[in-house]
Ligand binder design. Structure first.
Ligand SMILES: [Zn+2]
Length: 335
């Protein structure tokens, strides 16, 4: 019996579907609760390549629902993309796994996607989802929208030109202040529901079973049993994205250089155009109290604020939700 025999025995996949899986290059944006499970699914199922992009590092509060990560990853503040790559490398050596410790932005989106045949959304914010939608529409790449918060799970397949896109369903990013995992919490069953939906959508697309897709926006609350299913089978004739081709997020017109990370009392600052990691490290060593340092990032305290600085110059300032306060600390420590 071969490694994939049980999957090949499943009639709609068969040997042919398995061979198609091998040709897939999957871009996974986000590697938290949804992302770690989706990454494991892709690697065990036998895709050809998996590209993992994540901007965060492992924290103790992730371990309750994010598989692949360990207590030592949390203690060492290992970047999630790298921790996932290491964990999965021993699971299936046939899969080429690439990890990018980076924020997925309009500047690097096309380069990171690099000919992806499928994009999986495992992000926690709509700015990135609208960017993924723009990129997918521009390149004609299918993508899967997935989300979970509290006990609620959501999923929708997007096949550009052959189904509704995200902007057909949602004209614009929802206003800030909606529930997030940091304000409303999250339980594992909601993660697993979203993962089950997203991975079966991915499996259908990757094995040549697009005709079997349910082109719907599913939402389910696993605690109350409430469900909502909206039709998403047809592109909207007046959709600004897939009909009028106004790709505002991909063009950078909707990008924020400082993003308040909702519910986390933190602000993320985009990397500056020019950045010198060695010089920044030296400056921070003299001006603040260094608490963590590894090959990907450093963390230092200054007064009530903590800064996490990545090698590419991007930073997360903890202890404030004010972009101005975060910028001022960055300017003071890094320049
Ligand atoms: Zn559309």
């Amino acid at each position: 019996m071969t490694r994939y025999s049980r999957q090949e025995l499943f009639a709609p996949i068969g040997l042919q579907g398995q061979a198609r899986l091998r040709q897939q290059r999957v871009l996974l944006v986000g590697c938290g609760a949804l992302g770690t499970h989706l990454a494991e699914f892709c690697v065990r199922a036998g895709v050809g390549q998996l590209i993992i992009v994540d901007r965060d590092f492992v924290e103790p509060s992730n371990l309750q629902r994010q598989c692949l990560f360990t207590e030592s990853d949390a203690a060492n503040a290992t970047p999630k993309a790298e921790a996932a790559r290491k964990a999965l490398a021993g699971v299936n050596s046939d899969v080429t796994i690439t990890a990018h410790v980076a924020d997925f932005t309009w500047r690097n989106a096309a380069r990171l996607a690099n000919g992806a045949t499928l994009i999986l959304d495992a992000t926690d914010n709509f700015e990135t989802r609208f960017l993924i939608n723009d990129l997918a529409v521009q390149t004609g790449t299918p993508w899967v929208y997935a989300a979970c918060v509290g006990a609620r799970a959501t999923c929708m397949p997007v096949v550009p030109g052959r189904s509704a896109c995200l902007r057909c369903m949602l004209d614009d990013q929802p206003a800030a202040g909606g529930d997030t995992c940091d304000t409303a919490g999250i339980i594992m069953p909601a993660v697993l529901q979203a993962v089950a939906w997203a991975s079966v959508v991915a499996l259908k697309i990757m094995t040549g079973n697009e005709a079997a897709l349910f082109k719907k926006l599913y939402t389910s609350d696993l605690w109350t049993g409430e469900r909502q299913i909206l039709d998403a089978s047809t592109p909207r004739a007046d959709c600004p994205c897939c009909s009028r081709r106004e790709l505002d997020w991909l063009a950078g017109r909707r990008a924020s250089s400082a993003a308040t990370l909702c519910g986390r009392d933190s602000v993320q600052l985009a990397a500056p155009e020019r950045f010198d990691w060695q010089a920044a490290r030296n400056a921070i060593r003299t001006a603040a109290r260094m608490t963590t340092e590894n090959e990907y990032l450093l963390r230092a305290e200054s007064g009530d604020l903590t800064i996490t600085l990545y090698r590419d110059g991007r930073a997360i300032v903890h202890g404030t939700d004010q972009p101005a306060a975060a910028r001022s600390l960055y300017a003071r420590l890094v320049g």
